[in-house]
Design a binder for this molecule. Structure first.
Ligand SMILES: [Cu+2]
Length: 151
């Protein structure tokens, strides 16, 4: 009787340890590092603020894309799309509460005036990617470009 209780305790311990170890191995379950980027500004400057972003592989990021301007803008980077694992893109309502989550491979996010979208991702590949741009006609040419560095 005592022996079977001991055996059960050991088995439960192995099971709990196994589950715990599994959770630690899931890189999308970390506390996210929040990074904020504004697409344009109230004066309608055709810029990203900031225009340079730095990330590290293996960390979960919550990239908050806010558009404070009076026009639509895109956050678009083909290279970044191929260098990160996307957990989700979360779209928030005006009250800040989430109204939609999108999952899958993301290459481009369009953010409407006075709106926010969050891109949750884990960088998996290092590199310097200089193809961040807003793809609306004329915006790239006007300087709405940026660089993403993943270390
Ligand atoms: Cu734009």
């Amino acid at each position: 009787m005592k022996r079977s209780i001991l055996l059960l305790t050991i088995m439960a311990g192995i099971l709990l340890f196994g589950v715990h170890a599994h959770a630690e191995g899931d890189l999308t379950k970390q506390q996210p590092v929040e990074v904020r980027l504004e697409l344009g500004n109230k004066q309608n400057a055709l810029r990203f603020f900031p225009a340079d972003l730095k990330f590290e592989t293996g960390k979960l990021y919550k990239l908050v894309l806010y558009n404070p301007s009076g026009m639509k803008h895109y956050f678009s980077s083909e290279s970044m799309a191929g260098a990160v694992f996307t957990r989700k893109v979360q779209v928030n309502g005006k009250d800040g509460k989430p109204i939609a989550e999108v999952k899958g491979v993301i290459r481009e996010i369009e953010v409407y005036p006075d709106s926010t979208a969050e891109w949750w991702f884990v960088p998996v590949k290092s590199g310097t990617f200089s193809d961040l741009k807003c793809t609306i006609a004329g915006h790239t040419e006007a300087g709405m470009v940026g660089t993403i560095v993943i270390k």
